[in-house]
Design a protein around this ligand. Structure first.
Ligand SMILES: [Zn+2]
Ligand SMILES: [Zn+2]
Length: 337
């Protein structure tokens, strides 16, 4: 930062030049906020499995070159015309960066399915940088009880988890969670707080994560190769492993729901119709609505949800993503520029 407090002309950022190559540390110009936008000094930016999928080319047509990162917590350093926040405000920026507001999905409270969206850190630049611009209409105030690093995982892991959890249905008393990473560790606390029983499924043999799940209130935690002791009312699948969708379908009772929270997943193997029979549902959640964000950010401090984070310096983004995918991060990985 410049000593007189004015904005610098350029900044450090981790940049994706093309899918299949690692992120590179580079100095790039500081973006300037347009109408409705804010410029943020990034305090923390969460790392997500989606970042890996973008780097690997699993998600089509990213902006290139691209600054990834879609769980940004920062302070407003400058505003464009008609911005919703003032200089100095602390805000969170989620994956949903913009919608057209006019398509039939936006007009029916399903802006998460907008046909002309922008996604932070994918189709527009995100927060793996010292500064970032965002459409202020899609930013949220961040609860004061969280510091920047601990708030960051709420903005994707938390939001996707929360949307998946609500899609399990209000009457689901016994809920399975397949893949106990960043999203699961947040939503587990909310589910337990609301009186649900949580059954956690980890990679076979991952005793440490099973203990972590129990410490957050799960009544049962085992490898995903083990059948639960009861029939579940619903299950959420956060690991990007198609066969787990079938395993979850077999673990839910008649009428049960299986909800995938992933944006990308390996193929789901074929399975006998009997596994789907009796009104079982296989579904997914995509993106988020602003109502999800407002809902989660009021529920989280009330529970209160405690996020567990491992922080990395900005220039270690590649290592943070690798550790996240390898499953060695407990809770969520967060970059602190
Ligand atoms: Zn994400
Ligand atoms: Zn739309």
């Amino acid at each position: 930062m410049m000593a007189d407090g004015s904005l610098p002309r350029d900044m450090r950022a981790m940049v994706l030049d093309r899918p299949g190559s690692p992120l590179v540390l580079r100095r790039i110009p500081v973006p300037s906020p347009g109408p409705g936008q804010v410029l943020l000094r990034v305090g923390a930016c969460g790392v997500c499995r989606t970042d890996r999928h973008i780097i690997d080319g699993d998600l089509a047509h990213p902006k290139l070159p691209l600054v990834l990162g879609h769980q940004i917590v920062g302070r407003v350093a400058a505003t464009g015309p008609d911005a919703n926040f003032a200089v100095g405000a602390r805000v969170g920026v989620p994956w949903l960066g913009h919608t057209d507001g006019t398509c039939r999905f936006c007009l029916s409270d399903r802006e998460n399915l907008c046909t002309e969206p922008a996604f932070t850190g994918y189709t527009v630049d995100g927060g793996f940088a010292e500064l970032a611009v965002a459409d202020s209409r899609f930013c949220f105030p961040v609860p004061e009880t969280y510091d920047d690093a601990h708030a960051a995982p709420l903005l994707c892991a938390g939001l996707i988890g929360y949307r998946a959890y609500r899609r399990c249905g209000p009457d689901a008393a016994r809920i399975g969670i397949y893949g106990f990473g960043a999203a699961a560790h947040i939503v587990c606390q909310i589910a337990v707080h609301e009186g649900r029983e949580v059954y956690a499924f980890t990679s076979p043999g991952d005793i440490e994560t099973q203990e972590f799940a129990r410490s957050l209130g799960a009544v049962w935690a085992e490898g995903s190769d083990v059948a639960p002791p009861v029939e579940l009312d619903a299950a959420m699948v956060f690991a990007p492993v198609g066969p787990l969708m079938v395993a979850a379908l077999r673990a839910v009772d008649r009428g049960g729901r299986v909800v995938s929270g992933g944006i990308h997943m390996s193929d789901i193997p074929s399975f006998p119709y009997a596994d789907l029979w009796e009104e079982r549902t296989l579904t997914s959640v995509a993106n988020l609505t602003r109502a999800d964000g407002i809902g989660l950010l009021s529920v989280a401090p009330a529970v209160p949800v405690r996020t567990e984070v491992e922080t990395f310096p900005l220039e270690d983004a590649n290592r943070a993503i690798a550790d996240l995918v390898a499953g060695t991060v407990r809770g969520a990985a967060v970059l602190v520029p």
